[in-house]
Design a binder for this molecule. Structure first.
Ligand code: SRM
Ligand code: SF4
Length: 568
């Protein structure tokens, strides 16, 4: 709920940092050249996020560094924005090269169709970001209190409507990008065209947004972008192959804080419908209302979901319509089937081929047994189509021409990538956030926890005859929700080292949140807790019944009809 003392409360510290930053400049340039430390000043670390980079430290090394009176092992995570998740082979090769030259060697595909590099030292930060820009990608607004990477369905094979939607996603992304010259000055050594005092951010103003803001687009029946987890979403309504318009969704978000019931995950509401040529306008006006009314005093209450719950959807729609100067139409019927990826080869409407690979946790790296990073590099060297990062941390080798397909297949075979999807339905639908050792907010392991948990669960799954059944399992190292755990049919959320809250009962199509089933389970207790439920599901499920629906029908948890009832 909105705090009653709002009128007297002070804007949060971040508001002041933004205000005095001269449109996101702060003292970043000076900090980058200070060789006395591997870190950056506290205020600048907040500003750096708008530039797409986070200061982190290797948490595995903290104790040892402290013991030896050394400063933390600081390094930077760089997030590279890829609207709609589409990149070229040349761009892939550059990210791969940067990962090996300046980062920790691996590439991370994120849950929002972006790339992340981890472990970049301050001395290499500028050149890495500059080289990202050299291949026409960027990091601006990948993080920070602005609109982030815009997601859309990555499956080019499905229809021409998908190509149209990708262009719209790119248009939203470009329109909502910050206009400050700071990014070009700091990272690309471009000369100031105007002093910060003459500069303007026509959409954001000098305080930018109260909090991060996320946008996604989807064409039903695939909800792979988890549209309802976004602040703003556009669901395409397609008639006879044409997008006739979009249902507009507002107020989704996953983040919450353990023990603070005023914070909760929330699924977006459908607010109205607009024609395709009005999408960018609608996106801008939704952002403007949140800019003006979002809570700037309490960052835990600053997302659009709380603005809407505090003031009501009707109020919100009226504010948006007033700024648009026209009324939104009534939402149209739509239906989602699932929120997972469609693996394997498919042929597109353009005759080209697409292969959806499974990448565990989105982490691309080589081991002796599985040289996937090398394999993908070899593919990129010969590929004449594009790559698509999926919102489930996987990868599509897309738009492969007929005459390249066998060459690519043979590279995949040599590097064992052709076997990537020969795993259980549970693993194919598993997602874990990064967590330790890089994430400063992690309370427990996630990326380094989920694969072994799935190994153990697979034994139960196999015995129960469920190897090919898709069950959504999502793990995060803290309640912030980066792998959208509250939309997992099984959700695991870190509470403390080795301890997790277990949630059950989300819908397979991303339209219902899950509910707390067991609190603070030890990691080693999770399999024993889940095994009997999985066995019962195998024998008692009704025709077509999904695991999440079963856990509600069987009485393990109550359904969560809306975010504000998540904790009830
Ligand atoms: Fe996230 C913060 C990683 C998707 C909600 N997220 C972080 C930080 C930057 C930690 C920090 O602030 O210091 C994590 C960096 C970890 C690391 O070492 O790389 C981090 N978030 C990620 C990624 C990489 C997870 C992944 O494994 O893929 C995802 C990057 C997406 C991207 O490309 O932009 C990522 N984060 C999400 C999502 C999922 C989504 O957007 O669909 C969510 C839930 C949706 C939402 O925003 O509500 C999410 N991240 C958060 C939050 C909680 C926000 C809130 O409203 O409470 C934080 C913490 C914060 O903002 O204070 C956070
Ligand atoms: Fe870090 Fe928590 Fe996000 Fe995982 S969910 S990446 S632990 S902030």
């Amino acid at each position: 709920m909105a705090s009653d003392n709002k009128a007297t409360a002070k804007p949060s510290k971040n508001e002041q940092i933004k205000e005095s930053s001269r449109f996101l400049r702060g003292t970043i340039l000076e900090g980058l050249t200070d060789v006395s430390t591997g870190s950056i000043s506290d205020d600048d670390t907040q500003l750096l996020k708008f530039h797409g980079t986070y200061q982190q430290d290797d948490r595995d090394l903290r104790r040892d560094r402290r013991k030896h009176k050394l400063e933390k092992a600081f390094s930077f995570m760089i997030r590279i924005r890829v609207p709609g998740g589409v990149c070229t082979p040349e761009q892939w090769l550059k990210i791969d090269e940067l990962a090996r030259d300046y980062a920790n060697g691996s590439i991370r595909l994120t849950t929002r169709q972006a790339f992340q590099l981890h472990g970049v030292l301050k001395s290499n930060l500028k050149r890495t970001i500059r080289e990202v820009n050299d291949v026409l990608l960027d990091t601006l607004a990948a993080c920070g209190d602005v609109n982030r990477n815009v997601m859309c369905n990555p499956n080019p094979h499905l229809s021409e409507a998908h190509a149209e939607m990708l262009e719209t996603a790119r248009a939203i992304s470009a329109h909502l990008s910050p206009r400050t010259g700071a990014y070009h000055e700091i990272w690309l050594d471009e000369k100031k065209v105007a002093g910060p005092e003459e500069e303007d951010e026509p959409i954001y103003g000098k305080h930018y947004l109260p909090r991060k803001f996320k946008t996604a687009m989807a064409i039903p029946p695939s909800n792979d972008v988890d549209i309802f987890a976004n602040d703003l979403g556009f669901i395409a309504i397609v008639e006879e192959g044409q997008i006739i318009g979009y249902n507009i969704t507002v107020g989704g978000g996953m983040g919450m804080t353990h023990g603070q019931t005023a914070t909760y995950p929330r699924l977006a509401d459908v607010m109205g419908f607009c024609r395709p040529d009005r999408v960018v306008d609608v996106a801008e006006k939704v952002v403007l209302v949140q800019r003006d009314f979002g809570d700037r005093n309490d960052r835990k209450h600053a997302r659009l979901k709380y603005t809407i719950d505090d003031r009501g959807l009707d109020w919100f729609r009226a504010e948006v319509e007033q700024r648009l100067g026209y009324a939104l139409e009534k939402p149209r019927p739509y239906h989602f089937d699932d929120s997972g990826d469609r693996y394997g080869w498919t042929q597109g409407v353009n005759g080209k081929w697409n292969l959806n690979l499974f990448i565990q946790n989105g982490r691309i790296y080589d081991t002796e047994a599985y040289p996937m990073q090398t394999g993908l590099r070899e593919v990129a060297r010969v590929h004449d189509g594009d790559f698509r990062l999926t919102p489930n941390q996987n990868l599509v080798i897309a738009n492969v021409s007929e005459d390249k397909r066998s060459e690519i297949e043979s590279i995949l075979h040599q590097h064992k990538l052709d076997k990537s999807t020969e795993v259980s339905g549970l693993r194919l639908n598993a997602m874990a956030c990064v967590a330790l050792p890089t994430c400063g907010l992690a309370l427990a392991e996630s990326e380094r926890h989920l694969p072994s948990l799935v190994d153990e669960l697979e034994t139960v799954i196999e015995e129960a005859g469920l190897r090919h059944d898709a069950i959504l399992i999502r793990n995060t190292g803290c309640p912030n929700g980066c792998a959208r755990p509250y939309l997992g049919e099984i959700g695991l959320v870190g509470r403390a080292p080795g301890k997790y809250n277990v949630y059950l009962g989300a819908a397979f199509d991303g339209t219902r949140l899950n509910k707390l089933y067991k609190e603070s389970l030890k990691a080693e207790e999770i399999v024993n807790e889940l095994a009997p439920i999985i066995r019962r599901y195998a024998t008692e499920r009704q025709e077509g019944e999904r695991f999440g629906d079963f856990t509600i029908r069987a009485g393990y948890v109550k359904a969560t009809p809306r975010g504000s009832e998540f904790h009830n």
